[in-house]
Write a protein that binds this ligand. Structure first.
Ligand code: FES
Length: 153
């Protein structure tokens, strides 16, 4: 979809929601569905469209973790940094991932393929250290297995 078509779609949703109660969250959710994230220009567009201060849109975007301000990679790679995983060497895995992907935690690779995320306990500490790529769970990961795992995506 072209940018123009995206903005058109967002505009019709804003028109629909404008007179509803509490339109900001649904409009922002819709914008994220359309654009994949909420860049500054989109936040401005929402603020103008709903006639709310830009600071309010920005405040909501940064407060709720469901909203992304940065463009996300095709795959999200979450490495657990919870206690159990940390004790079992998550830091070594993180260093290796940053080195292999040439990014810092929180960033997206240049080719747009992966976004590297450090997360809290993923709830499967028995498998520590754990990482997830999209919905795939990898347990007892060793640093040397990382290149092989990344190749699958
Ligand atoms: S600490 Fe990593 S899964 Fe629980």
């Amino acid at each position: 979809m072209s940018d123009k078509a995206k903005y058109d779609e967002l505009q019709s949703f804003i028109d629909e929601m404008k007179n509803e109660k509490g339109p900001l969250m649904p409009v922002m959710q819709k914008a994220q569905d359309i654009f994949g994230y909420l860049p500054f220009d989109v936040q401005k567009f929402i603020a103008l469209g709903l006639d709310v201060p830009l600071t309010e849109v920005y405040g909501v975007a940064t407060f709720y973790s469901q909203f992304n301000l940065e463009k996300q990679g095709e795959h999200s790679l979450s490495l657990c940094l919870g206690t159990a995983c940390y004790v079992k060497g998550a830091q070594t895995l993180l260093d290796r991932l940053e080195q292999e992907l040439k990014v810092k935690t929180g960033d997206t690779t240049k080719d747009g393929k992966f976004t590297l995320i450090g997360t809290r306990c993923l709830g499967c500490c028995g498998l520590a250290p754990v990482m997830m790529i999209d919905d795939d769970v990898y347990g007892q990961v060793k640093a040397d297995e990382i290149p092989e795992i990344l190749k699958k995506y």
